[in-house]
Design a protein around this ligand. Structure first.
Ligand SMILES: Cc1ncc(COP(=O)(O)O)c(C=O)c1O
Length: 393
């Protein structure tokens, strides 16, 4: 069916973090919310219908994960990513971030070092520290235009005997890279060479733009499959993050046993009453929605890029290959960190994520979420232009 991504839907009053929690999180509510990573698009019809059907039954007791969940996960990976996964290699877990905690506790020891490539999704560092491990930061290389992996630095960092796990964000939030096969093969090979387990967070794998292709790092070789744990979820692409349903793919039986033991210690591995219905509907009936949404997002991205170049040239979009999170280089404005964030918030009235939260390399940047109807994005850009002209033109 044809979906209308231009429709403006007021999300206020739904306890939604992005719009309803602005005062607590940003200090003011009179701003356009373009921060936290969910979309302002209604879910695909089959997801709404699956939820409505389940909700119509008046009992909401304990649920379990049926075989259809695992089949849906495997079917999606095969069809969209050309990756063959067996049902017994998949685990349900209510959220990728909580699962990262499970993986850290199951596969590393207190005091171990865990490598991340900053600037990167900030809960990685939080989970590492909160679980009593140390962050080993190995920043991406940035030539002023594009981010790449600094393989020499990565090799050196992984050689540290205290580094036992690497968390890869692929596609990368916030810099928007969709890694190439060659990059993924090299990352995986270095991890294997240094005896470091690779945890691949591939939650953004379904939002990838023309000219790029997401490749699951575990699919790059049989050795990679044995050394990788892959976190996936329909939550970003289908806007069901509030339903808490992710699929974790673990092909190595030894790692799987360790993970299973830790999962059983959490006692949170059962799904809420709606999670499975939405997950299965997303992965079996909503490809048309995804294709249309990605095309729409690509137009939003191009519109943003053209607009910034013409109207606010001191703010640059780092080329975005995937994800709906745009990484804006504001170095030329001459303000950074809190002051930069406050400019967007107090002068342009746009809630963005402060670049610094993703790592110190992000001080001159902000992250802007463009998963919204175009007229909302254009309104935000108009506000940005006014504030920019007043202060920087
Ligand atoms: C890279 C990445 N991983 C994980 C998450 C959150 O996952 P979950 O809601 O399943 O915990 C996000 C959300 O923005 C993300 O960008």
């Amino acid at each position: 069916m044809q979906y209308d991504f231009d429709e403006l839907i007021d999300r206020h009053g739904t306890l939604c973090t992005k719009w309803d929690n602005l005062t607590e999180r940003m200090g003011r509510s009179d701003v356009l919310a373009m921060w936290v990573a969910d979309t302002d698009f209604p879910c695909a019809k089959p997801i709404q219908e699956a939820i409505q059907k389940r909700a119509a039954h008046p009992l909401y007791g304990y649920s379990f994960v049926p075989p259809a969940f695992f089949q849906a996960a495997c079917g999606w990976m095969e069809k969209r990513h050309g990756w063959h996964v067996e049902p017994e290699e998949v685990r349900f877990f209510p959220g990728v971030v909580p699962f990262i905690g499970v993986a850290l506790r199951a596969l590393t020891a207190p005091g171990d070092r865990v490598l991340i490539q900053s600037p990167v999704y900030h809960p990685f560092a939080m989970m590492i520290r909160e679980n009593g491990r140390e962050v080993c930061s190995c920043p991406l290389a940035f030539d002023g235009e594009r981010y790449t992996v600094d393989f020499e630095a990565l090799d050196r960092a992984l050689a540290d005997a205290h580094v036992t796990m690497m968390i890869l964000c692929s596609p990368h939030n916030p810099v928007g890279r969709v890694y190439t096969r060659e990059e993924l093969e090299r990352i995986s090979a270095l991890c294997i060479q240094h005896g470091v387990i690779l945890l691949a967070d591939e939650i953004h794998s379904d939002v990838v733009y023309s000219g790029h292709k997401h490749i699951p790092v575990a699919s790059t070789s049989p050795e990679a499959a044995m050394n990788t744990i892959t976190c996936t979820s329909p939550s970003k692409a289908f806007n069901i993050a509030g339903l808490k349903a992710s699929g974790i793919i673990i092909m190595n039986p030894l790692l799987r046993d360790k993970i299973d033991s830790e999962i059983s210690r959490t006692h949170v591995s059962t799904p809420n009453a709606f999670a499975v219905a939405a997950y299965i509907a997303a992965y079996t009936q909503c490809e048309d929605y995804l294709d249309q949404m990605v095309a729409y997002l690509e137009q939003n991205r191009d519109c943003l890029d053209g607009w910034l170049r013409a109207q606010t040239p001191k703010i640059r979009l780092i080329p975005s290959e995937g994800t709906y999170l745009m990484w804006l280089d504001c170095t030329a404005l001459g303000i950074k960190g809190d002051e930069l964030h406050r400019f967007f918030l107090d002068e342009a009235h746009i809630a963005v994520n402060k670049g610094e939260i993703f790592g110190p390399e992000g001080a001159n940047f902000v992250r802007l979420n463009i998963a919204c109807p175009r007229q909302l994005m254009e309104k935000a850009l108009g506000q940005l232009k006014q504030a920019y002209d007043k202060r920087f033109a």
